[in-house]
Design a protein around this ligand. Structure first.
Ligand SMILES: Cc1cc2nc3c(=O)[nH]c(=O)nc-3n(C[C@H](O)[C@H](O)[C@H](O)COP(=O)(O)OP(=O)(O)OC[C@H]3O[C@@H](n4cnc5c(N)ncnc54)[C@H](O)[C@@H]3O)c2cc1C
Length: 289
């Protein structure tokens, strides 16, 4: 059985991380479940853990000078969903995570650290080109979240590092789309999710991006597919739609129920693009279900 530490400052935590490689335990909603022993028994860890919930340095949501938004690793889905400075896609994903108790105890650092392809927050964060700020006793390194998450349950976190925060660069999208499909409305792990966004000016698509969750070992973006849409005029969408949908289909790799996941993803992307093509009012595109 491993030791449990409770550091009260980040520098204390980084020392424990460097010397004992103790695993951070934030909300515990993944780590405790993975280490559960049975009804009535407290979870037991076979490795050293450190409870990081008291670290002030990992808390808070703030706007940076360049307009980016920095979300501290200990921020809960409830705090993220309630923050007006957090971009819409991320707030939307946070507000649909689990039930209310989980939304008040889970953390963004844990959702990223767990790196499940079904995790709700990496999907919109990768859409928005978010970065993670990693800290160790040697300083700080910043990398794109898309590079940090290596695959299902695999990250580039070193055994002396802690995720301090997530930074989302500023965007000004004309059209936005987000959809999580779960077994039921609340408290459901995502079966499939998609977010998309576009910048349209004078009928020209200046930016187009999409991100699929639970459709492969990690969140999927395809620059190749996005580039098929970018730079075109909105009235050209019907003529490039099929090529784009096929390219997206080639990029995703759903392991279970692949036909369902592929067809549903195609339908959502085509719904979003059709709305842009038909001159829908700018803003959030909501699919009727
Ligand atoms: C009933 C239930 C419902 C759920 N529903 C959803 C859902 O709808 N959507 C969803 O996405 N997830 C869901 N989950 C999974 C889980 O709640 C989330 O992944 C959550 O965000 C994990 O956060 P945590 O703080 O509890 O993580 P923890 O369990 O504390 O940690 C998870 C992992 O991240 C690491 N970690 C945590 N913080 C840091 C840090 N700052 N730096 C480095 N590593 C860190 C830990 O070492 C561990 O490996 C659900 C879980 C349960 C039990």
């Amino acid at each position: 059985m491993g030791m449990t530490y409770i550091p009260s400052t980040l520098s204390e935590a980084l020392q424990l991380r460097a010397e004992k490689h103790a695993r951070p335990l934030a909300g515990g909603s993944d780590l405790m479940v993975q280490s559960k022993r049975g009804i009535g028994l407290a979870p037991e860890f076979s490795f050293d853990v450190m409870i990081i919930t008291g670290l002030e340095e990992l808390k808070g949501i703030r706007r940076l000078d360049d307009g980016s938004v920095e979300i501290g690793a200990l921020s809960t889905p409830a705090e993220i969903a309630a923050s007006e400075i957090v971009p819409w896609h991320v707030r939307e994903a946070a507000s649909g995570m689990g039930a209310i108790a989980l939304r008040n105890s889970a953390t963004i650092g844990g959702n990223i650290g767990n790196a499940s392809p079904k995790g709700d927050l990496p999907q919109p964060l990768i859409l928005l080109d978010a970065s993670v700020v990693l800290v160790s006793r040697h300083g700080e390194r910043i990398m794109l979240l898309d590079d940090f998450i290596l695959g299902s349950k695999k990250t580039a976190l070193s055994d002396d590092e802690i995720v301090r925060s997530v930074v989302i660069p500023p965007h000004d999208f004309s059209y936005l789309f987000y959809r999580k499909i779960g077994m039921r409305k609340a408290n459901a792990i995502s079966k499939l999710s998609l977010s998309a966004a576009a910048v349209v000016k004078d009928g020209e698509i200046l930016d187009f991006r999409a991100a699929s969750g639970a459709a492969g070992p990690k969140v999927i973006r395809s620059k190749e597919a996005e580039n098929l849409i970018k730079g075109h005029r909105t009235d050209e969408i019907p003529s490039i739609m099929e090529e784009f949908l096929n390219a997206w289909d080639g990029a995703i790799s759903p392991h279970a129920m692949p036909l369902y996941r592929r067809n549903t993803t195609r339908r959502m992307l085509s719904y979003f693009l059709t709305a842009i093509n038909s001159g829908a009012e700018e803003g959030i595109i909501t699919e009727e279900v």
